[in-house]
Design a protein around this ligand. Structure first.
Ligand SMILES: Nc1nc2c(ncn2[C@@H]2O[C@H](COP(=O)(O)OP(=O)(O)O)[C@@H](O)[C@H]2O)c(=O)[nH]1
Ligand SMILES: [Mg+2]
Length: 361
């Protein structure tokens, strides 16, 4: 999973990036930062305790802090185009919105206003997509002049769909809120539009506001939550400091602040929900590994996530649910009880499945 971090200047993007990736990127630097975080998955530990593998491998999330304004990227060439590419390739976006008071850190708009800043970023995403669509519509117009019949038909269809998306964007509606037909979605997918991506609005509160974090989150979600949009509140500075401590120490501090769960784990969990991701596990080669896939993925495609050879040479999948395996205590016992199922390539992988792929290359 690939997540792009956006937001106004000085909202705390690099701070949250450092917290998420346990990194030490310079908050003053303006180069894009790319880092990896491990996906928390408590079932991995149970499986590892049971199977005693040589290695335990968590799934990973890649975070990109482009460290620049989204505004204007779509019209730029060179570095602007490269930064836009980084965002276009993301599966979801996190918009960091400043809510922490600090007189010594200037706000680009002069004062704190969470609602205004949420709206501003939405508009930046919408403008970015509009710029891409307008550019493409001009090209289609030119191509249509010399186009032959079958080609012409494809251009006209694309033109019609892009005009529909454009009309929504011109009313400031992000594409993630539009209901698209499969044909429209297919065309739209080619452009990796920013306003179509699932969005997590991360409201960065000050240490002084921690007591109200949960009620603020509920209140903001009542206004902004949608199928592909959620709000989360956390204190980036505190999370960055906690990320640098040992786990047990961080837990103690968290308890002192009355925080139940790591803010970073919550960010990942919410991102998973927004993207509809589930986990499955493999245990081959003395490794217990967690993998993330979208809900509804077939066994064939899940195999391809591990290795393209596994997808190409797919024969069967041997599957057991996590709960059944834990109850049996070992794969051998599960086999004896007949709880290992043989599934074909169209089997839809379920959350928590423990899978051995049989393949032939
Ligand atoms: N008090 C406070 N300061 C913060 C918080 N998050 C970030 N900052 C500070 O705000 C400034 C801007 O943060 P930075 O992460 O560089 O913002 P960016 O421009 O969005 O990358 C830095 O001086 C941070 O230390 C926070 O939660 N509380
Ligand atoms: Mg920064």
């Amino acid at each position: 999973m690939d997540i792009g971090i956006i937001g106004l200047a000085q909202s705390g993007k690099t701070t949250i990036f450092n917290a998420l990736t346990k990194g030490e990127a310079d908050t003053r630097s303006s180069a894009p930062h790319i880092g990896i975080a491990k996906v928390p998955e408590p079932r991995l530990k149970t499986l590892a305790d049971m199977l005693q593998p040589k290695r335990v491998v968590q799934a990973e999330v890649r975070y990109t802090d482009i460290a620049a304004s989204v505004k204007g990227l779509a019209r730029e060439r060179g570095i602007g185009g490269e930064l836009l590419n980084l965002l276009s390739n993301a599966d979801a976006l996190i918009n960091v919105v400043r809510a922490f008071p600090d007189e010594s850190i200037p706000h680009p708009e002069g004062n704190l206003d969470v609602e205004r800043d949420i709206a501003t970023m939405n508009l930046e995403l919408v403008f970015s997509d509009l710029a891409i669509i307008e550019h493409r519509l001009e090209k289609i117009e030119t191509s249509l002049k010399g186009a032959k019949a079958p080609e012409r038909q494809a251009f006209l269809q694309e033109q019609e769909i892009l005009n529909k998306l454009k009309a929504a964007l011109e009313k400031d509606t992000p594409l993630r809120e539009m209901k698209l037909t499969p044909a429209e979605a297919k065309i739209a997918a080619n452009y990796q539009f920013l306003s179509a991506k699932p969005l997590l609005i991360l409201v960065n509160i000050g240490e002084g506001e921690l007591a109200e974090a949960a009620s603020l989150e509920t209140e903001l979600n009542s206004r902004h939550a949608r199928e592909k949009c959620q709000v989360i509140t956390l204190c980036a500075k505190l999370e960055m400091e906690l990320a640098q401590l040992e786990d047990s120490e961080a837990e103690q501090f968290r308890a002192d602040f009355g925080l139940k769960e790591s803010g970073l784990d919550r960010v990942i969990r919410k991102s998973y929900q927004l993207l509809g991701l589930i986990s499955f596990f493999t245990t081959a080669s003395n490794e217990v590994k967690a993998w993330s896939i979208p809900l509804g993925t077939s066994a064939l495609k899940a195999a391809g996530k591990i290795h393209s050879d596994m997808e190409r040479g797919f024969i069967r999948a041997e599957v057991i649910s996590y709960d059944d395996l834990v109850e049996c205590g070992s794969l051998a016992e599960a086999r004896k009880k007949g709880l290992l199922r043989l599934e074909g390539k169209d089997y839809i992988v379920q959350d928590g499945d423990v899978i051995t792929f049989l393949f032939n290359v």
